[in-house]
Design a protein. Sequence first.
Length: 145
Amino acid sequence: MLWPSRIVPVLFLAVAVAVAPATASEAPGGVAGLLQRSAAAWNRGDLDTFMRGYEDSPETTYVSSKTVIRGYAAIRAHYAAHYGKSGMGKLTFTDLSIRPLGEDYAVVVARWHLALASGAHPSGIFSLVVHHSAAGWHIVTDHSP
């Protein structure tokens, strides 16, 4: 009976794939879910919940066309100063591309669109480096020029 010895490795591989940690492209625990939750929080005017998408670390980095901001608290302060609750508007993401960089990191490239109450519609392209830990996926670097 040699067939069980050939089936066991195949079954092991199937189980390993089935129980692997959520990958960057899987919802709702993956990166796409992270972005969906972030946009939903933004659209409710809930900056604190929006910020849960960022890793709470002094190393977390936000890069714009004019500045580099380091640290979770400084990034939150930046968002609060520029988009107080009344000015957050409606945020959407399109053209989402997620590229895994191993099991625990991924790069995201997408477009953001913001519809503000003033009638302005700023938009742009962003890239993120996201990290997966026991707490889930979090943004560690945000480049949104």
